[in-house]
Ligand binder design. Structure first.
Ligand SMILES: [Zn+2]
Ligand SMILES: [Zn+2]
Length: 701
């Protein structure tokens, strides 16, 4: 990107920041009189601004109608404010969404109107400096009265900057105004700006000169008015065409594509970040420049800044974007530390942003009093921190698996992954120690505790499987029990998670009923109970049943005797490893019991000859049990996971009857590890993806 393009992108972002400030101010507006008293109380700190959402406004409105004895005046004022509120919100959002070229036009118009008022103000203040009875400037010039002309508080010196300013403003206005541009009008415009001061120089009575600024503003105002009249149809057309464009885009590519497209076009995260930073700087300046600013301690300033940073919904969005950026870079940092080059966890920023915003919404952050709001913010930050630990675990766990499976000799990578695990074990404990020593037990504290323990359990499960795979790598022979151990460990981890999920459901329900209600919280609780309790339970049950039927089928097959194995003298066609024990299928093919069991998760046919593996009568019996469990297609593990990764796909496997022995042992062993690893992960119930985890987090508190 060239410097010019970067600069233009920045200008675009800054131009979109202004409507956000407008929206922010509108949201801060007090719609109702009963709030204004509290505003006056805390006016010095500017904290008690209570912003009202639209729903609340209508609610309060009905209350007002019911309680007051039809005070028409207050009602009409309130209605008027509501109207202004709605129009303001709509306008600022519409301006925010405009194309850049339309945005430039709006800015030109606003600047030109602003110039008119600035010029008026400058004229009035300059004329007020003139003193009655003094000889006019033109007389001084004609008399060459150098002393009076050059004296520092004389008329000439005070008027000169205003004179220059007026000329500059006149020229700029002539250049950018949107009214009809005739050659004559363009030439006249700077002079109309200069007119009042010119009159002030001439020997004209002061009470006539005093009215000059008003007349001078007439021509530019008329031009602006014509501009807005003639543009009103265009504005309407632009809005309509924008709406049509959006609708047709959504019809062709879907709503999510539209949102994504607009998100990128408007560069929303960047705009929000710029908005929040500017807002923060403004608050900081007003805090430090205020009379009592010197006495404020550092922590107190930070607290105030944070509290005012989530004052309105739009400010909260800005804060969210900053937090999302911080989380994203934390993720990148850890990824660099782990030396992984996968970019799966790019979403860490997005998910944490959604998590933070919904948490804030469901705890009603913007409507709280400042001190309570700060506490709530800290609590949400704690929850976000535990969520981050979960993300980190999701990042490090696959790395551990791949390290244990791939015989990776790089000790550095092993050490780093283990260090991150140690961090994930220690930090929740420290967090809990600090929180429990300082706070009374509460639903919030319980939720944080549960999330922290969950992280610890998950990390321990990952470490246990990692150790098992490493131990397996040390062994010379095939470890039949490994798959069982892995299954038990995963089952333990998942059951703990499931129990915690149920606990969080009750915790959330408690908060919903006894502490703070709210529709967002109820929806979150529903989402949590569906995805984290119902779906998890179903998936876990189906995995359990599938495994049980597979075990039953395997048990029905005859075991190969040692003579038969000697006569066979080949590797298992599924994992390419030596066989010390084997099961014989109906079609007289030999496989490891464990390998065949994993194959049976997928299908009942022999991998080599496609015959039905087990006897028919048993099959019908087992089929009955499988049909009891609704197996979703997503639950069936991918076929390729069962096969050695470097081998050809399943349908070609019969070509590999006689793989090289010896030379490829290490390679095939390695691939068998990875296949087990990936299989184990698919088998464990569809794992708590980051989004599921965040749903759980929101419902939990
Ligand atoms: Zn095998
Ligand atoms: Zn066969």
């Amino acid at each position: 990107m060239s410097i010019r393009a970067k600069f233009l992108a920045w200008v675009d972002v800054l131009m979109r920041v202004a409507p956000l400030f407008l929206l922010d101010e509108i949201l801060k507006m007090n719609l109702f009189n009963e709030n204004s008293s509290s505003t006056q109380l805390g006016n010095s700190t500017n904290f008690d601004m209570i912003n009202d959402t639209i729903e609340e406004s209508t609610l309060n409105q009905t209350e007002a109608i019911l309680s007051s004895t039809f005070d028409v005046y207050t009602l009409s004022i309130t209605l008027f404010k509501c109207l202004i509120f709605l129009i303001g919100c709509f306008c600022s959002l519409a301006i925010f969404m405009l194309w850049t070229r339309h945005l430039v036009i709006i800015y030109m118009y606003v600047i030109s109107v602003g110039l008119i008022f600035l010029s008026y103000w400058s004229n009035v203040s300059a004329i007020s400096l003139l003193k009655e009875g003094n000889p006019s400037l033109i007389e001084d010039i004609l008399n060459v009265n150098v002393l009076r002309l050059s004296s520092p508080d004389g008329t000439a010196v005070t008027l000169l900057p205003h004179f220059l300013l007026q000329y500059v403003m006149g020229t700029i206005f002539a250049y950018i105004h949107l009214g009809p541009k005739h050659h004559r009008i363009q030439q006249i415009l700077p002079f109309t700006f200069l007119m009042p001061l010119t009159l002030a120089i001439l020997p004209i009575p002061l009470n006539i000169v005093k009215h000059a600024p008003t007349f001078a503003a007439v021509l530019p105002l008329v031009l602006s008015k014509i501009a807005i009249w003639s543009a009103s149809i265009d504005i309407f057309k632009t809005l309509i065409s924008g709406y049509r464009h959006a609708v047709s885009f959504a019809e062709n590519f879907g709503l999510s594509a539209l949102v994504e497209n607009e998100w990128q076009r408007l560069n929303v995260p960047c705009v929000l970040r710029a908005f929040w930073t500017i807002r923060l700087l403004e608050q900081f300046a007003s805090l430090t420049l205020s009379p009592e600013g010197e006495a404020l301690s550092f922590m107190f300033t930070i607290q105030k800044l944070l509290v005012s940073g989530c004052e309105t919904l739009i400010a909260l969005l800005g804060m969210t974007s900053i937090i999302s950026m911080i989380c994203h870079y934390l993720g990148v940092l850890f990824q660099m530390f782990l030396m992984s080059d996968e970019d799966e966890d790019k979403s860490i920023g997005t998910v944490s942003a959604i998590l933070f915003y919904i948490l804030s919404l469901q705890t009603g952050l913007t409507n709280l009093q400042p001190d309570k709001r700060f506490i709530r913010l800290c609590r949400n930050m704690c929850l976000l921190l535990t969520a981050l630990l979960h993300f980190l675990h999701n990042m490090v766990s696959p790395i551990l698996m791949s390290l244990s499976a791939s015989h990776n000799p790089s000790r550095k990578r092993h050490t780093r992954a283990l260090l991150v695990c140690a961090f994930l074990l220690i930090s929740p404990v420290i967090l809990l120690l600090i929180l429990w020593s300082r706070h009374q037990p509460s639903t919030w504290l319980l939720a944080v505790t549960v999330f922290s323990i969950e992280v610890v359990v998950k990390v321990l499960v990952s470490l246990a499987t990692y150790t098992l795979f490493l131990l397996d790598a040390q062994r010379q022979t095939f470890w039949e029990r490994l798959d069982d151990y892995i299954y038990y460990i995963k089952a333990f981890g998942n059951s703990v998670e499931f129990c915690f999920g149920i606990f969080l459901f009750f915790n959330g329900a408690w908060i919903l009923i006894f502490e703070s209600g709210g529709s967002i919280r109820a929806v979150m609780l529903l989402i949590h109970s569906y995805f984290n309790i119902w779906c998890e339970a179903r998936a876990g049950w189906s995995v359990y049943m599938k495994r049980r039927t597979a075990v039953q089928k395997i048990a029905s097959l005859p075991e190969a005797s040692s003579e038969e194995l000697q006569k066979f003298d080949d590797v298992c066609a599924i994992c390419y490893q030596e066989m010390t024990s084997a099961k014989i299928t109906r079609c007289r093919h030999y496989f490891h019991g464990v390998c065949l069991r994993k194959w049976l998760y997928v299908q009942d046919k022999c991998p080599l000859c496609h015959e039905i593996v087990i006897n028919q009568d048993l099959k019908t019996e087992t089929e009955k049990t499988t049909n009891d469990v609704a197996v979703e297609p997503a639950q069936v593990p991918n076929l390729e996971h069962l096969l050695p990764r470097r081998a050809t796909p399943s349908r070609n496997i019969h070509l590999h009857h006689q793989p090289h022995r010896g030379s490829s042992t290490s390679e095939s062993r390695e691939s068998s590890h990875s296949s087990i690893a990936s299989n184990a992960t698919t088998n464990s119930n569809q794992n708590p993806s980051s989004s599921g985890g965040s749903g759980r987090m929101m419902a939990g508190n």
